[in-house]
Design a binder for this molecule. Sequence first.
Ligand code: HGY
Ligand code: MN
Ligand code: MN
Length: 413
Amino acid sequence: MTASAELSRLSRAALDLCAELATQTEVPGQTTRTYLCPSAAQVHATLRAWADRLGMTTHLDAVGNLRSRLEGPPGAPTLYLGSHLDTVPNAGAYDGILGVVLGYAAAEALQAIGPLPFNLEVLAFSEEEGVRYGVSFIGSRALVGTADELLDRLDKDGQSVRDAIRAFGLDETELPGALAEANALGYLEVHIEQGPVLQDAGAQVGVVSSIVGQSRLTLDFAGQAAHAGTTPMTLRRDPLAAAARFIVAAEDLARATPGLVATIGMIEARPGAGNVIPGEVSLSLDIRHEFDAVRDQSLAALLDTAERAAGARGVTLAVTPRMAEPATPMDAELRTGLREAANSLGLMAPELVSGAGHDAQILAARMPAAMLFVRSPNALSHHPDERVNGEDVEAALAVLVHMIQGLARAARA
Ligand code: HGY
Ligand code: MN
Ligand code: MN
């Protein structure tokens, strides 16, 4: 079978597997997989089957990352591939998981070509989205030694990360064993772009130059619950009115600041009856920018606006930071390697900043990390209508395999 026919077969198999994995969900009828939910075990079993066929050794690490290895020569460094297997609620079929299955597809393609001069480890990170605990990257943070800080975080049911790990049959005291190797060759992540840039450029794939920095917080406004009909406007202490001023200000600032995005994705008013002025309002803030100084200044301005909106209404405000990740440049050498691999296959591979966060920005703390984006033809993600073109996925697999062959040639030189 010719190399391109084999890559066609493997990329089709990868897309078929994404469709199957999308049905492994904790909410029937939609794709929702949060940290260490029961359907994560189904995904592990499905991926293990592919790894077993390739003779890879597979294990679950202390935070539930599935890790499959093709061993190279003794003492050789490891090249890590992969992405995350968890999803947002009512997700599409490709965010994260496409990069995981393409890791296995690349391992199969490379195995057919011949032994590599390094180890190859495919990673299926257990948690990247931050849905269950409000903090992202529990999976990849275990590989850089910062997951232990999260063990006491509580989910909405009061279960800690530690409890979730134990309930899944894992042992958090084995966290040190999850660390990535100190002299790793690097980490390559294939991921859907999730935005319009490649589609607008007419490019099938793109190389990530850097990943934006992001801050996620919870804002709790507290006023006075009261009767909606008998309470004069002048006597109200309405937290939802204060929160509304903040939400509009966040949109206004982001629209006025090039490159800034600000999102309130969750809001809850309590007690939550139409004829009761809310007593409390909780909302989330997700704010991102390519430059940390702009993000930090924008955040400070928005929190000041929130304080003033609350103060003007006799409402108190409590701000709880949930996570903050700095903007992260991708490794220059690996970026060049990806671009040259794409160009040698006749593909444009424009560079672009990632507005989405990714595990690569965590692993970059411990090894060279780079990302290859696959075009999102409808620029939609975190939505069941998330799409990819089969030919774009095949192109991305070809670039990944070509890039790894280049790394192998360099390692042998
Ligand atoms: O939210 C994000 O940036 C990514 O989808 N985790
Ligand atoms: Mn996502
Ligand atoms: Mn993702």
